[in-house]
Write a protein that binds this ligand. Structure first.
Ligand code: AMP
Length: 281
């Protein structure tokens, strides 16, 4: 695996690779890689001939009181995992300046109204930060294909929307959510959970699953939301939001089952924020 820290060097390498008509894929991450990230790299490998993984903890997507400084930085073990999986190139910018040069004013990409709902309500500016860094990475790497996870449903939705306009030739694949054996969606932030919180955390997905069971029996959306919320509260979660939307993230009539619907939630366990979702098939 080639380990690159400067965008100029990366550009030189990619130019050579492109000459041999390779299909280049990109898997953007913030590192602290777990099986969720690795599943995306496996998808990238299947669908391309050269896989680039980026590890960059993007300061623009963290709020003032969020965990930018504490975010786990585990580059050596990440490198080993990528090497083992057969990733071709790891782009690990040597500083934030590599992506956001001090001399240039940062031109934020707006996530619009969809960036203000769900996770965006409590995290103003978060999705603008995400889109801005993804835009930068796409511009530097110019991949043919990029892979994102369904755990961050709103994020992959917004990236798809941005790409339709700005990177029309880029193919985007969304990989399914990878969970631990108890159903908890893998996340670097799970590391923050205390022993006790780790026992509670799997009930997040179990509660979403109960919502799906209610949906299958024909219950209406407000009823499902109420029931799932109460379940979560009784388990000790602080519910930030819980919403049923269609897969285009529009609020639907509570009886509307024409489009595929999705139950999305964000909860807090102590200081740790968890997100998850379940698609109603
Ligand atoms: P992050 O490092 O948290 O920015 O995540 C990088 C990519 O991995 C994003 O596209 C996430 O949606 C994806 N991802 C994170 N956790 C999971 C998971 N449990 N299953 C599948 N994809 C995931």
């Amino acid at each position: 695996m080639i380990f690159v820290q400067s965008k100029e060097e990366l550009d030189d390498i990619l130019k050579k690779i492109r000459k041999n008509s390779n299909i280049i894929s990109l898997v953007p991450t913030m590192g602290n890689l777990h099986a969720g990230h690795l599943s995306l790299i496996k998808i990238a490998k299947k669908n391309s001939t050269k896989v680039v993984t980026s590890i960059f903890i993007n300061p623009l997507q963290f709020g003032k009181n969020e965990d930018y400084n504490d975010y786990p930085r585990t580059i050596e073990s990440d490198k080993r995992k990528l090497e083992k999986l057969g990733c071709d190139i790891l782009f690990y910018p040597k500083s934030n300046e590599e992506i956001f040069p001090k001399k240039q004013k940062i031109k934020l990409i707006s996530s619009g109204d969809v960036g203000k709902i769900l996770c965006g309500r409590k995290r103003p500016g978060h999705f603008d930060g995400v889109l801005t860094v993804v835009y930068k990475l796409f511009s530097i790497i110019k991949p043919n294909l990029a892979v994102f996870g369904a755990k961050d449903y709103q994020q992959q939705f917004l990236i798809r929307k941005m790409s339709i306009n700005l990177f029309p030739d880029l193919k985007i694949i969304t990989g399914k959510i990878i969970r631990d054996r108890l159903g908890l969606a893998l996340s670097s932030r799970n590391n923050y959970l205390s022993y006790k919180e780790k026992q509670i955390a799997p009930f997040f997905f179990k509660s979403l699953q109960s919502g799906y069971e209610l949906y299958k029996t024909g219950k209406n959306f407000p009823y499902i939301i109420e029931k799932v919320k109460n379940l979560l509260i009784s388990e000790g979660f602080d519910v930030d939001y819980l919403e049923i939307r269609n897969t285009e993230l529009k609020l639907t009539n509570f009886q509307n089952r024409d489009l595929k619907n999705i139950l999305l939630g964000s909860v807090k366990l102590g200081e740790t924020r968890l997100i998850d979702n379940i698609e109603f098939n």
